[in-house]
Design a protein around this ligand. Structure first.
Ligand SMILES: [Mn+2]
Length: 393
């Protein structure tokens, strides 16, 4: 008797390490052309709602949890409440960040403001929340330079702006080391919006900046799908470069149509092949950080919870398809064929320079016409993946 194969589960587990920014579920659907479409939920309700749904972790901005001008006592009370919710639901605080963009004080930047008083206020605001984040157990502290950019280039020297940004990160690195917080920093690149141009627009820019810091070992990157696609770039490649550099300390997953405003749609809703390949990358390279969804529900949603369930369910669905692709004999055979060329000795030679190797290479005879004749199966490979995704094989 044939046994019915059990359907793979799309239910999220803690070990999936899914996280959400609480600002995502607090989002009320307002946009530049329209007001809110759903009621405000508080930061505490957001943490609780995520915890109740089995989400592994949450990320927050300081002012998602307490108002900008909250007294120290009020802030302590909120932190106490967050810790209670963490204890009762099992949710962890996986990352934190500072809101350095909402208040008009930051209208011309925070760490890159012309005004040293604004820069000092921004650094102080980060210090206060870094201490709270450490207390909540966050191991990653994010810097998304929302207002760190320019609209009038003649009025802001980009060289000076980058130096100011570096000074602030260096200052905060020393602070974290002195406090003995177990925490790394993470830069979140974005090309534009709300500024015309943002400094550190891509993962590559962030990686280059990190190399110039006083403590590069304690700073990584959390690239975000939407920010990458706003620049017309490829999320798979951006994530891969951070991963290869050992700098992928967190990841912000969502959906986005290329070269448009920041859409922040749910993960995998727009480009299934791209989503599958991102999931496969994280699986293939045993990415151990949290998989954080930084997106928001469609403006048409009455509450955020279908969106939350959907993002996690989508990730699990793509994971199943990635496993199917890995196990697909036809696809594997074609992929292997790309690598099977008999050129292993050249690969070894190029892998480690030696004078003898260079001499051998200089004297070698290649036949470019013959090299060009090889049949590459890209059309077939791509179509096979399409059919796997569509459930046809
Ligand atoms: Mn983000």
């Amino acid at each position: 008797m044939a046994t019915k194969q059990s359907k793979p589960s799309l239910k999220p587990r803690r070990r999936d390490k899914f996280a959400f920014g609480i600002w995502c579920v607090m989002n009320q659907g307002a946009d530049p052309f329209g007001v809110a479409t759903r009621p405000q939920i508080t930061g505490l309700e957001a943490v609780k709602g995520l915890g109740k749904r089995g989400v592994y972790g949450f990320e927050y901005h300081d002012n998602d949890l307490w108002p900008l001008k909250a007294s120290a006592a009020k802030q302590r009370a909120v932190v106490k409440d967050v810790k209670r919710i963490m204890r009762t639901t099992g949710i962890r605080c996986t990352a934190a960040t500072t809101n350095l963009f909402t208040h008009p004080a930051f209208k011309d930047g925070a760490f890159t403001s012309h005004d040293p008083k604004v820069r000092a206020y921004a650094v102080q605001k980060a210090m206060v929340n870094i201490d709270v984040a450490a207390e909540l157990g966050a191991r990653v502290y994010i810097f998304w330079g929302g207002r760190e950019g320019a609209d009038v280039d003649i009025a802001k020297d980009p060289v000076e702006a980058l130096k100011r940004f570096r000074d602030c990160i260096n200052f905060l690195s020393e602070y974290v080391l002195e406090q003995k917080h177990r925490m790394v920093f993470s830069i979140e690149p974005k090309p534009n919006e709300p500024r015309s141009d943002t400094y550190l627009p891509t993962a590559g820019h962030a990686l280059a900046m990190i190399a110039t810091l006083d403590h590069p070992e304690m700073v990584g990157v959390n690239p975000e799908t939407a920010h990458i696609k706003m620049a017309g770039l490829n999320p798979l490649h951006e994530f891969a470069q951070c991963l290869e550099a050992g700098k992928l300390v967190d990841i912000h997953l969502n959906g986005q149509k290329p070269l448009r405003y920041d859409q922040d749609m749910s993960f995998g809703c727009d480009n299934p092949k791209e989503a599958l390949l991102v999931v496969k990358l994280l699986k293939d390279y045993a990415y151990a950080g949290t998989k954080t969804f930084d997106a928001h529900p469609y403006r048409t949603e009455a509450d955020p919870w279908d969106f939350v369930e959907r993002c996690m369910r989508a990730y699990k669905a793509y994971e199943i398809k990635a496993e199917q692709a890995d196990a697909d004999a036809t696809l594997c055979r074609m992929l292997e064929q790309l690598e099977r060329t008999g050129g292993a000795s050249w690969a070894r030679l190029l892998g480690a320079y030696s004078a003898a190797g260079a001499e051998k290479l200089r004297k070698a005879k290649f036949n470019p016409d013959k090299l060009a004749k090889r049949k590459l199966l890209y059309e077939q490979i791509d179509q096979r993946l399409t059919e796997i995704l569509l459930g046809l094989v």
